[in-house]
Design a protein around this ligand. Structure first.
Ligand code: SAM
Length: 232
């Protein structure tokens, strides 16, 4: 999988692309990062890439020309081009899985008030938001998207089963985890987990998933109930 990232801050990606599972995947060639410095395509002698918004208002806007040139120079036609944006389609596990089937994803990281609309209209296949809050730059969102998507790339996860048991599968959040020691500062592991009855463990975990989802995410819980009613 190729992640091509258009950014004003290429150094932002240095450590994340070299650490942990992502670092291993990059080393083994499963994942490739192409970090494109938008400023390299600026014709301004100070490499500026922002300007005042038409119509007035506060803040600056990323000018179209450097981004246009950067995209034209680096896209060969096979990539899904995403713009990280708070007003985009919310990133869900479903969307993550869809993106995980692709072989090439390009991410445009916005800054200031955002990028010129004409770039979105010309190149962008989908605007993606990582949540209902505003970040200072698209780099944070690009990191979230690349990490979530990479987990679905064959070979990224050493244990594929981890993907099946996770939060959001069947519209439920995950059950709680415990490891050794059994008694940690007087807090003990639930008995059911040490009795070795796998049927009971599965039932306990399911109950915990439902309980957590009902309390924390009533929206998901409703979806889960609907699926039960429809027998899905
Ligand atoms: N003026 C924009 C608005 O109100 O929607 C916010 C711009 S924000 C300060 C700068 C950049 O951060 C955006 O262009 C976008 O690339 C990125 N960004 C901010 N919040 C985001 C979010 N929730 N999801 C994805 N990207 C986000």
């Amino acid at each position: 999988m190729i992640f091509r990232i258009y950014t004003l801050f290429p150094e932002f990606f240095h450590s994340p692309s070299r650490s942990g599972l992502m670092g291993k995947a990059v080393e083994s060639g499963i994942i490739k990062f192409e970090i494109i410095d938008i400023r390299n395509y600026s014709e301004d002698k100070f490499r500026r890439c922002d300007d005042y918004p038409y119509g007035g208002g506060s803040g600056m806007v990323l000018t179209p020309s450097p981004l246009f040139e950067a995209i034209e120079a680096n896209e060969k036609g096979g990539s899904c081009i995403l713009y990280t944006s708070p007003s985009g389609t919310p990133l869900t596990q479903e969307l993550v899985k869809e993106l995980g089937n692709l072989s090439e994803i390009s991410l445009i990281c916005g800054h200031y008030e955002g990028i010129d609309q004409r770039i979105i209209e010309r190149f962008v296949h989908k605007e993606v938001s990582i949540g209902d809050y505003v970040l200072s730059g698209g780099e944070y969102a690009a990191l979230v998207i690349t990490d979530a998507v990479a987990r679905y790339v064959p070979g990224f996860m050493s244990n594929k089963d981890s993907l099946v048991e996770e939060s959001f599968e069947s519209d439920l959040l995950e059950y709680p985890h415990y490891t050794r020691p059994y008694d940690f500062k007087g807090m003990c592991v639930p008995e059911v987990l040490i009795e070795g009855d796998h049927k009971k463990i599965a039932q306990w975990r399911h109950e915990k998933k439902v309980e957590k989802t009902k309390g924390v995410r009533p929206d998901l819980y409703k979806k889960y109930l609907m699926r039960l009613i429809l027998g899905e």
